[in-house]
Design a protein around this ligand. Structure first.
Ligand code: CAA
Length: 240
């Protein structure tokens, strides 16, 4: 049965692949975005998926955004907390702005986006929440103290929320992608990226579809007994 699904950061990178795969699986998808209006509207025209602009680090904006989606597409059954940013720097060179912007967007959004949907999911007795963490939450990464802290925080959030909601058929899981073929990874310094990807046992970077497939699986009605788990999808680069 198709549900209304929100994918944050859903018009590019991993989020775009997740939005397309959820639609393919029969869901009504709302793709949230913030930065690139033109790109988002091109995505909507090309794929017929509704796009909605708001900042996932802003609680009031998330409440309004969720209300708009629910008025237009119906109650939210699936939430994919995917939106995230990087502001990489060695910690001894990191600014306060680099620290807080990443914590607020990547971890603060867990509260801001999930709080407006959780009561409805509990009341209806159905919900599938999938939070996008990272390989670097598991293993750490020089240059990413802010990002790794936020992404590791997501795993603690996922486990706790899963315990609170298991009895209401609301599952909460995390996916921890490795280095994938996305604009975020493409923005890395080529020499640093080459050194990291040389260590992937699968012999390639991940494809967005590798992550999307996992999210669709977890969002399925039949995945109701899987909750509080973190799925590593990283080509064997780190085994938690
Ligand atoms: N471990 C330990 N020390 C390291 C290191 C490492 N891996 N890499 C560099 N250093 C040291 C260097 O030796 C150097 O030491 P000295 O100052 O004593 O000479 C110091 O750190 C500075 O190194 P750089 O000159 O390379 O520093 P920089 O300021 O030019 O660059 C950086 C820093 C931008 C953070 C760069 O190191 C980098 O890009 N790191 C990779 C970060 C990364 O993996 N980002 C992932 C983005 S994609 C993503 O996040 C998606 C996902 O979920 C996977």
């Amino acid at each position: 049965m198709g549900r209304t699904a929100i994918v944050t950061g859903g018009t590019r990178g991993l989020g775009k692949a997740i939005a397309l795969a959820l639609r393919e699986a029969g869901h009504q998808v709302a793709a949230n975005y913030l930065y690139d209006e033109e790109e988002a509207h091109a995505f909507q025209r090309e794929h017929g998926i509704a796009v909605y602009r708001w900042d996932v680090s802003d609680f009031a904006a998330c409440c309004e955004g969720v209300a708009r989606v629910e008025a237009e597409l119906g109650p939210v059954g699936v939430l994919v907390n995917n939106a995230g940013i990087t502001a990489d720097a060695m910690f001894h060179k990191m600014s306060e702005e680099q620290w807080w912007s990443v914590i607020q967007t990547n971890l603060g959004s867990m509260f801001a986006m999930t709080r407006p949907v959780i009561e409805g999911m509990r009341a209806r007795g159905f919900g599938r929440i999938v939070n996008i963490s990272s390989i670097n939450a598991r293993k750490g990464q020089a240059g990413q103290c802010n990002y790794a802290a936020a992404k590791a925080g997501i795993i603690g959030f996922t486990k706790s929320l899963a315990l609170e909601n298991a009895a209401r058929n609301v599952t909460v899981n995390a996916v921890a992608p490795g280095y994938c073929d996305t604009p975020m990874v493409a923005a890395m310094r080529p020499d640093v990226l080459a050194a990291i990807t040389a260590g992937i046992p699968a012999g390639r970077m991940g494809a967005s579809a590798d992550i999307a497939r996992t999210v669709v699986f977890l969002a399925d009605e039949a995945a109701g007994f899987i909750t509080g788990a973190t799925f590593d999808v990283n080509g064997g680069q780190y085994l938690a």
